[in-house]
Design a protein around this ligand. Structure first.
Ligand code: HEC
Length: 104
């Protein structure tokens, strides 16, 4: 009983703070996808390849909305494909934030 009642406030807090974020397991899947799939064009370390580098310094000044839309819909007429269908909007947004922060 005791450990649970101590945990509860933290659980509730993290639920309300992160309601729009994918859960931890899904976050790991998204990072895996980023390194495997996105990495095939943007470079395994995201330093660029066929696609531009996706490091925080390159993304500086680009809005979260722009990055999220880019991931979801791609850039038509370029090699950047749409990922809608493979991930939800909140997941693309989370990934965009992770890129802005820098993914290790
Ligand atoms: C088949 C190759 C390819 C794959 C796979 C790919 N991209 Fe791209 N991506 C590109 C290219 C090429 C561009 C540049 C498009 C342009 O010129 O507008 C781009 C552009 C972008 C941009 C905009 C960068 C900027 O500075 O404006 C983001 C963000 C991005 N990709 C994220 C991703 C993510 C996240 C994934 C995986 C979910 C991914 N890409 C997978 C080729 C790819």
């Amino acid at each position: 009983m005791k450990p649970l009642s101590r945990l509860l406030p933290f659980l509730l807090m993290s639920l309300s703070l992160h309601a729009a974020e994918p859960d931890k397991a899904r976050q790991q899947e998204l990072i895996y996808l980023l390194k495997q799939d996105c990495g095939s064009c943007h470079g395994l370390t995201l330093k660029g390849g066929l696609g531009p580098a996706l490091l925080p310094q390159q993304l500086h000044g680009k809005s979260l909305d722009y990055l999220t839309t880019t991931i979801l819909d791609g850039h038509p007429g370029t090699a950047m494909p749409p990922w809608r269908g493979l991930m939800a909007e909140n997941e693309a947004r989370w990934l965009a934030k992770a890129l802005q922060r820098g993914v290790k």
